[in-house]
Design a protein. Structure first.
Length: 364
């Protein structure tokens, strides 16, 4: 199926409707790379302030490569999927040796960086350098499957490769027809993503204002709610945790997650996964050896990680004398300094409750 007819109206629509996003005001491949990594699994409105803080603090590859790990993961705190930021710093430290200190300028070089896949490589090369490299993300999949009328699940490998082939052909055609001063690879790829984000949405697509409505198979056949076909989601798994904020003379005990685990390098309060019938006092007595100190409820934080639905029940413990937490590895930190360390998202909320409750002024 020939799809060249969508190029001109899509480019026109993007020129008139593109959002003014901060990373669209630059052609710096480093800045664009940072934005693309942040935007994975994260909404644009969430990313904007993170990207701006990051670029102010770490404006180039050298700054990222030389930054302390705590600085980097603190800047990322709250974005989740923390392996992304670790791979970014690994990549920044490889560039001086393998790329001569300059961010790679071709697809092979970008793909060689840790944490960079086919989509991110294509996005950086097309947006920063106007190279005719395709991109396929959830937005592009939605646009192309609906326009073409692909009813098979796009997660099936042959179908996904078909979508990549269509995207590749389209971006090359867009570049072939560009005139002097135009950057059609950049504009076309961003236009497809923008259309999927603003118009060709997962639910209730705005077909009436779509520049491709006259040629869209899904719209003609009234199948926009069925295309793309989505795989059945795995059932959610509920998990329950007890956590303890142990306070002593304005300090709180915190632990750092070790390397090789989820959220490695981030700090948190001692916590354990528990059964449905668990009691906080019994757990505290067995794991913390705090004598008669009774845990008092502080807050409940519900959060999700992939298909896990986690319930973190937090308690405050204020022992009569300074505890010796021989079973735990960690350190005492002044409550006032909780804002300075990188905490996992759930435990950042707990820290906020502790600070709001003004425990830091209490001297036991």
């Amino acid at each position: 199926m020939r799809l060249r007819f969508i190029i001109a109206p899509l480019l026109k629509w993007f020129a008139e409707n593109a959002r003014d996003l901060p990373w669209r005001r630059t052609r710096d491949p480093y800045a664009i790379w940072v934005s693309e990594i942040m935007l994975q699994q994260t909404q644009v409105k969430t990313v904007i302030p993170y990207w701006e803080r990051w670029m102010n603090r770490l404006p180039d590859v050298a700054a990222l490569a030389n930054a302390r790990e705590d600085t980097v993961i603190k800047l990322w705190e709250g974005l989740g999927y923390y392996s992304r930021v670790r791979n970014m710093q690994k990549a920044a430290r490889l560039i001086p040796d393998e790329q001569g200190g300059r961010f790679p300028r071709d697809l092979a070089g970008v793909l060689a960086l840790p944490g960079v896949g086919r989509y991110t490589g294509g996005a950086v090369c097309s947006i920063a350098f106007n190279q005719p490299e395709p991109i396929v993300d959830g937005n592009v999949i939605r646009v192309l499957t609906r326009v073409v009328g692909i009813e098979e699940p796009p997660k099936a490998k042959p179908v996904l490769e078909q979508i990549w082939a269509i995207a590749d052909d389209l971006v090359k055609q867009a570049v072939a027809r560009q005139q002097s001063g135009q950057r059609n690879a950049s504009a076309f790829n961003q236009a497809m993503m923008e259309l999927g984000a603003l118009v060709c949405t997962p639910r209730n697509p705005r077909c009436d204002v779509c520049p491709l409505k006259g040629r869209c198979v899904a719209r003609k056949e009234n199948k926009t709610e069925r295309i793309p076909a989505l795989a059945k989601r795995a059932a959610a798994i509920k998990r329950r945790f007890f956590g303890f904020a142990i306070l002593w003379r304005g300090n709180v005990f915190v632990q750092r997650r070790p390397s090789g685990v989820v959220n490695a390098g981030y700090w948190e309060f001692p916590n354990w996964e528990v059964a449905a019938d668990a009691e906080p006092a019994a757990l505290a007595k067995g794991n913390l050896s705090l004598g008669q100190a009774e845990p008092a409820p502080l807050c409940v934080v519900n959060h999700s990680i992939t298909r896990y639905r986690n319930r973190l029940e937090m308690f405050v413990i204020r022992p009569a004398r300074k505890p010796h937490l021989a079973k735990l590895e960690g350190e005492w930190l002044p409550l006032a300094k909780l804002d300075e360390i990188p905490l996992t998202a759930a435990h950042r909320k707990v820290a906020g409750r502790l600070l709001d409750a003004d425990f830091q002024d209490v001297k036991d």
